[in-house]
Design a protein around this ligand. Sequence first.
Ligand SMILES: NC(=O)c1ccc[n+]([C@@H]2O[C@H](COP(=O)([O-])OP(=O)(O)OC[C@H]3O[C@@H](n4cnc5c(N)ncnc54)[C@H](OP(=O)(O)O)[C@@H]3O)[C@@H](O)[C@H]2O)c1
Length: 255
Amino acid sequence: MAGKPEGGVLQRPAILILGGTAEAAALAKRLAPLPLRVITSLAGRTRDPAPLDGEVRSGGFGGAEGLARYIEAENITLLVDATHPFATRISPNAAKAAELTARPIIRLERPAWEKTEGDLWHEVASLEEAALTIPPNARVLLALGRQHIAAFATRPDAHFVARMIDPPETPLDLALYELVLAKPGKSSDEEAFLRERRITHIVCRNSGGAASYAKLQAARRLQIPVILIARPQQVFANAAGNVEAVLEFVRSNLG
Ligand SMILES: NC(=O)c1ccc[n+]([C@@H]2O[C@H](COP(=O)([O-])OP(=O)(O)OC[C@H]3O[C@@H](n4cnc5c(N)ncnc54)[C@H](OP(=O)(O)O)[C@@H]3O)[C@@H](O)[C@H]2O)c1
């Protein structure tokens, strides 16, 4: 994995991981021991991000052109777009920047959750459709970040239990709600939580991954309907569903 000689010194190839996900962190961990420069880029929204292997930079680039300038300035060899499935601006920017700079790029995206026997899922395309789908007077667990809550202001008849990790800066725009600051728990804890709060419906996004799947398992056992917001449709030239496939892409592109 030798890079271009610069002033007689052989430069290590540099991999830019657009991160903010568990998959991006796992990839940085696998790449860091290799003879590479590994940089993870974060948007800078999380107050106290977990430590990552390799270098970390934070904040927006200023669109696709800004990202292209960063790629040239840092002599990035290859990009991995490992951002969240619902982050819809950065991925097209990354694809465009890779095209502008003629660098290889691969998308790393965790597989979506698949409906299984016993699931009472109602799949919808948007937050607004989710709000419309809630039946009258339901007690709804909103397992969503604070930036996604406003769509549910149209349902003053529903009692919401809004569960999020970071506290909202302002009160939520909901008529009737309880706020619970917590990370998703294991399946038995989720079951107890759903019972205690007398939840009749869950609204969440199809994020995929293990960390937040327990609530769906608990919902299946308790036969609670889940209003599941589908992922936005995005098309990628190269895509991988796991870290191993990205490592293979890196090996084949860097030699
Ligand atoms: N959306 C979610 O539900 C969600 C959940 C968990 C984690 N995340 C992570 O949080 C970040 C922001 O999510 P979002 O939905 O706000 O994204 P977004 O709508 O796709 O991106 C908005 C803007 O934020 C900047 N940005 C996003 N990801 C970046 C990154 N990894 N490094 C540097 N700049 C980045 C870019 O600014 P410029 O145009 O100025 O470059 C981008 O145009 C993403 O990295 C994502 O992986 C998102």
